[in-house]
Design a protein around this ligand. Structure first.
Ligand SMILES: Cc1ncc(COP(=O)(O)O)c(C=O)c1O
Length: 379
């Protein structure tokens, strides 16, 4: 059997990794400024992470969600503490799309309404409702088409208010990325975030923050929406949550009552996934990775500003978008082939995304900057 051909693949077979380094099957070493798509938060094969997973596997890897799982409680407690959401409750699932699907379900079940405001340039996943909430018609199959999602222009507060009141009778929620990721690291305005929070609170509409890419310390805060001093009702996480072990989470405000049959999953929150996710939180805490991400991000942005060929730089912490006047793919290819560095792309072909593990070192950042300068000078 062959693989179903769904991705344009880079011609590299990665077989081994350690912290921010990757090796291919021929032993060539690469620097990871892509984090496997914003997934590697605490560095590849971190010894504490590896030990915790191995140890858990020796105990039990999985059992059904119909019995008590103390590891889920430990994860919820630790996550509540580090994120500042101790009074919220946690639903565990397996991916980002699933986390967002469940967030929309919680908002819809509770409000008994079905419409959501979402934003232009957004990405919320590839499954049924969330792909319809994503601003990319090319990934929406006919079965996913629905009129339940209303698209608002990014950072257009006036349009947001107009759409909000035009649809108020049927409006269950508003979903917005903490910082838009695939859309090119677009930061929401303070005014928009305040307006979403206020209108949602005053009208019993749920404010959902998709922190799947921007969360888990990547932005230099635990969640990116915390830059704006707002408190969403529902927050979704995945990617960096278990450093590559599949897991997703939905943090749910105490104003929402849980009911049996509302949500459910076979694999979500299994013992092995929880052990991996707990290890990640322990490493984030022990190694001060929230502060590290913030400081390293500032350093990187300051160095990037010295490069004249870069037209725009956006970002917070280690979630950075840079715009060129030439296709970013041309720059990425040379970085990979000539300097052995992986970087990310974005929906705009002129934009490059930098998403290194939060454990990236200063010499590694300097190597990236000097390599980028060489590439840009050679094009
Ligand atoms: C902001 C955001 N939401 C949701 C998703 C979907 O996550 P997953 O691919 O784990 O389903 C992604 C993935 O890139 C994302 O960046």
């Amino acid at each position: 059997m062959k693989l179903f051909d769904v991705y344009p693949l880079m011609p590299v077979n990665i077989v081994k990794a350690e912290n921010c380094k990757l090796w291919d099957e021929n032993g060539a070493e690469y620097l990871d400024f892509y984090g496997g798509h914003a997934v590697i938060s605490v560095g590849h094969t971190h010894p504490h992470y590896v030990a915790k997973i191995k140890n858990q596997l020796d105990q039990i890897g999985f059992y059904s969600n119909s019995v008590i799982n103390k590891l889920q409680e430990e994860l919820a407690e630790k996550l509540g503490k580090i994120s500042g959401y101790e009074d919220y409750s946690l639903f565990l699932c397996n991916s980002g799309a699933e986390a967002n699907e469940n967030a929309l379900k919680v908002a819809s079940f509770t409000s008994r309404k079905k419409k959501f405001i979402t934003f232009r340039n957004s990405f919320h996943g590839r499954t049924s409702a969330v792909v319809a909430a994503t601003d990319d018609p090319s990934i929406v199959a006919p079965v996913n088409e629905t009129e339940n999602f209303i698209f608002c222009e990014w950072n257009n507060v006036e349009e947001f208010e107009k759409l909000f009141f035009e649809n108020i009778q049927k409006l269950a929620g508003v979903i917005i990325e903490g910082i838009q990721g695939i859309g090119g690291i677009q930061i929401p305005s303070q005014e928009l975030m305040n307006k979403i929070e206020r209108l949602c609170n005053e009208n019993s509409v749920f404010f959902i923050s998709d922190e799947i890419q921007s969360g888990y310390a990547r932005s230099g805060k635990f969640f990116a929406h915390q830059y704006f001093d707002v408190k969403p009702d529902i927050i979704t996480t995945a990617k960096g949550m278990a450093n590559g072990f599949p897991i997703g989470g939905v943090l749910i405000s105490p104003k929402i009552q849980a009911k049996h049959k509302m949500l459910g999953t076979t694999f979500g929150g299994n013992h092995l996934a929880c052990a991996a996710a707990i290890a990640v939180l322990e490493i984030i805490e022990n190694e001060n990775l929230i502060r590290e991400s913030l400081e390293k991000g500032k350093y990187l942005i300051q160095k990037l500003k010295e490069i004249p060929q870069i037209k725009a730089i956006r970002g917070k912490g280690l979630l950075i978008g840079i715009d060129f006047e030439i296709p970013a793919a041309q720059v990425s290819k040379k970085l990979r082939e000539e300097f052995k560095i992986f970087v990310g792309s974005a929906s705009d072909p002129l934009t490059m995304r930098l998403l290194p593990p939060l454990t990236i070192s200063y010499p590694e950042m300097d190597y990236f900057i000097s390599s980028l300068k060489s590439v840009l000078n050679s094009i």
